[in-house]
Design a protein around this ligand. Structure first.
Ligand SMILES: O=C(O)CCC(=O)C(=O)O
Ligand SMILES: [Fe+2]
Length: 269
């Protein structure tokens, strides 16, 4: 909806001839960009070097991938349920209570990790545990993802099949499962001479979702480790300023740890 018909949103054409530094065209372009940024803080970029066909193809493929990932997600949740049961955990009731049922949106992020200088081994993404409920990573066959298997021991995920995704448990799922599911510390390390591209699909529960450990997962042997918490509050906390000083894997404990753990926390609820 247009707010005021008299206000004209700046439209700036980026012609390749004007992109050469120091030319007249370059100076004029700089002036237009500066003015637009001063008045509006944004502007429309007309840049036809990237053809409409390439853009259309990119969005078509992205839609295809999103649909595939959405399909992938439901089997993954079923798999989780099965895994928990196979681990001997008495969770049949918990699921029959729909405790893992939630409404969520999937947000996606595309990443490009630049190849490091020759011969170097460089951090592409610092070590962290994921803050969404779970993540599915799709990479372009250039390895780089590493997971921490023991304290300080990193395992490189190489030789992933071209049709595989990597599923990561996030901190909220770890809290929900009373620590039984592990939210693995992971990072991206770059070596070699190729850039790496990846796409991550994050499961973000809707606002108001409370992460609550089902009572079936709490007993004398497995006291409740985390209090019930609002997912969004945890998410905002994890990306807040004070959280910067805290190790990523510790954030969940800082935010929601019950100290000491409680073996009958849910019993009378
Ligand atoms: O790019 C990757 O392989 C990992 C991305 C990741 O861990 C993240 O975005 O949380
Ligand atoms: Fe991650």
């Amino acid at each position: 909806m247009s707010v005021d018909a008299k206000i004209e949103f700046p439209v700036i054409e980026f012609r390749s001839s004007d992109l050469e530094r120091g030319t007249n065209g370059w100076h004029q372009l700089c002036k237009k960009v500066r003015e637009a940024c001063e008045t509006f803080g944004c502007f429309e970029v007309v840049y036809d070097t990237i053809s409409t066909e390439v853009r259309e193809e990119m969005f078509r493929l992205m839609k295809e991938l999103v649909e595939a990932l959405e399909l992938e997600m439901s089997p993954t949740l079923i798999l989780l349920k099965t895994l928990l049961n196979l681990c001997g955990l008495k969770v049949t009731h918990a699921f029959g209570e729909d405790s893992l049922k939630m409404n969520y949106t999937m947000s996606m992020r595309m990443m490009k990790y630049m190849a490091p200088p020759p011969g170097e081994y460089e951090t592409g993404l610092f070590a962290h545990t994921d803050k969404p409920v779970s993540t599915i990573i799709c990479e372009d066959q250039i390895p780089g993802l590493e997971i921490e298997v023991n304290d300080g021991q990193w395992m490189k995920l190489t030789n992933l099949s071209p049709s595989s995704f990597v599923f990561m448990v996030g901190d909220p799922l770890k809290a929900w499962s009373n620590g039984r599911l592990k939210s693995t510390n992971h990072k991206v390390m770059m070596s070699g001479d190729k850039d790496r591209f990846s796409i991550a699909a994050f499961i973000m529960p809707n606002e108001g979702t409370v992460i609550k450990t089902p009572k079936e997962l709490i007993d004398e042997e497995h006291p409740q480790l985390f209090k019930d918490f609002d997912f969004m509050k945890f998410f905002f906390f994890a990306f807040s300023d004070p959280a910067r000083r805290i190790d990523s894997g510790q954030l969940l404990y800082e935010f929601a740890a019950l100290s000491p753990p409680v073996s009958n926390a849910h019993m009378d609820k």
